[in-house]
Write a protein of this length. Structure first.
Length: 144
């Protein structure tokens, strides 16, 4: 089995959160879905296609967050967003504040959310649209 250059680039930059088991699953998936001996992006699992964010970009976002406060607070905020939002709806700041299990003032939360927005980890809507996690935010959360 061989891969197109695009697939090779994806494989080399993918985070592999499941380590060897995920790699084995990937190989099995590609082997079953490939029509020939060369796999292209059509044979890649959908989860991996979504996660085509470079590790360098993730590291830059994590470094930015480290320079602007404690990682633990950002992780808690991202955790609530992962748990309580879906693709179509965001969560309001007040609801987010109530769901956090840490002591944080409304002003501190606003500051931390602005930092997450600048790091491109969240998208903050206007006029009751709420806050949504970006794909970069999901990757950063998985690595915090």
């Amino acid at each position: 089995m061989s891969f197109t250059p695009e697939v090779e680039a994806l494989i080399s930059t993918y985070h592999w959160p499941g380590n060897v088991r995920e790699l084995e699953g990937f190989i099995n998936y590609v082997t079953v879905t490939a029509d020939s001996s060369k796999a292209d992006m059509e044979q890649i699992p959908p989860k991996m296609k979504k996660s085509n964010i470079s590790q360098h970009r993730i590291e830059l976002a994590k470094k930015y967050l480290d320079n602007h406060g404690g990682r633990s607070v950002f992780k808690k905020i991202l955790e609530v967003l992962v748990t309580y939002t879906d693709k179509n709806t965001g969560i309001g700041r007040g609801s987010l504040h109530r769901l956090l299990d840490i002591e944080i003032t409304e002003s501190q939360l606003r500051t931390r959310m602005e930092t997450l927005r600048r790091a491109d980890c969240i998208a903050v809507g206007t006029k009751k649209q709420g806050t949504k996690l970006t794909s970069l935010g999901q990757e950063v959360y998985a690595q915090l």
